[in-house]
Design a protein around this ligand. Structure first.
Ligand code: COA
Length: 260
């Protein structure tokens, strides 16, 4: 499928989705959000995709936020609908995918851009990356999950400060905060994402999908994460991957997971 605002490329088990509006610093307009939904959905449904990498095109930005020009004249109800729909089709959608999603943050990740990176399962960054939730400087608050995911990742106090000051942190501070797992040069960013993806791909995709579900359960209101883990753990015993993984270990050979 061809897209206007994004690129999607599948190679060696990895689908790389690139937000491709470099002249607008890859800002997320409605069309881009819809295209991202389609690209993530089709990568998740594609059995040959084992890992998804999300990044931005150009050397300056991952994503510089939601497209401010689109919502500047919105009413109260239109504002609420923008956040509700965006969370459903992209941000919660990505966070709950069964296929692992790595955000390769290659520059500015602001507002909706940082929210997209935080919706991914984990993040790595290039050393020029700058991250922040500047919404209060526009008279609005983060609406794509930022008030929830930032405190989960960096702690309440740091999230409060970042959101209230509307400031940006650099890659080193993001590493220190635990917002990103690794920082490297821009040239090394995608190779590192691919290297980590390679390690993930050696494991059971079915077990990984269950692990994502169990981890996310702990962050879902009204759901007991420990119980979700017990259920998901039990389910693994009925999979072909479990039979293959344990048999391969006992036979002292490398597992060849069928992904079922
Ligand atoms: N929405 C819409 N357009 C955006 C955008 C956004 N979030 N972020 C950047 N752009 C556009 C600019 O309007 C500009 O377009 P133009 O060339 O047609 O005027 C283009 O991208 C380049 O941005 P510019 O501001 O000229 O680059 P800069 O290097 O001077 O500044 C930033 C970079 C990231 C500091 C600045 O673009 C910025 O503050 N962006 C908004 C960040 C934000 O508040 N995001 C949260 C939105 S809720």
């Amino acid at each position: 499928m061809s897209y206007t605002n994004i690129l999607s490329d599948q190679k060696g088990g990895i689908t790389t989705i690139t937000v491709n509006r470099p002249l607008k610093l890859n800002a997320l307009n409605t069309e881009t959000i819809a295209e991202l939904h389609e690209a993530f959905k089709s990568a998740d449904n594609d059995s040959s995709t084992k890992v998804i990498i999300i990044t931005g095109s150009g050397e300056k930005a991952f994503v510089a936020g939601a497209d401010i020009s689109e919502f500047a004249d919105f009413s109260v109800s239109e504002g609420a609908e923008l956040a509700r729909k965006g969370q459903a089709v992209l941000f919660d959608f990505v966070a709950n995918l069964s296929t692992p999603v790595i955000a390769a943050v290659n520059g500015f990740a602001l507002g909706g851009g940082l929210e997209l990176a935080m919706a991914a399962h984990f993040r790595i960054a290039s050393d020029n990356a700058r991250m922040g939730l500047p919404e209060v400087s526009l008279g609005v608050i983060p609406g794509y999950g930022g008030t929830q995911r930032l405190p989960q990742l960096v702690g309440k106090g740091r999230a409060m400060e970042m959101i209230m000051t509307a400031g940006m942190i650099d890659a080193n501070a993001a590493l220190d905060y635990g917002l990103v797992n690794h920082t490297v040069t821009q040239e090394e960013l995608l190779p590192l994402a691919q290297k980590i993806a390679g390690k993930i791909m050696r494991n059971s995709s079915v077990a990984i999908a269950s692990a994502i579900k169990a981890i996310n359960a702990g962050y879902t209101d009204g759901v007991n994460g420990f119980q979700a883990e017990i259920d998901a753990f039990g389910d693994c015993f009925g999979t072909e991957d479990f039979t293959e993984g344990t048999t391969a270990f006992l036979e002292k050979r490398k597992a060849n997971f069928p992904g079922k």
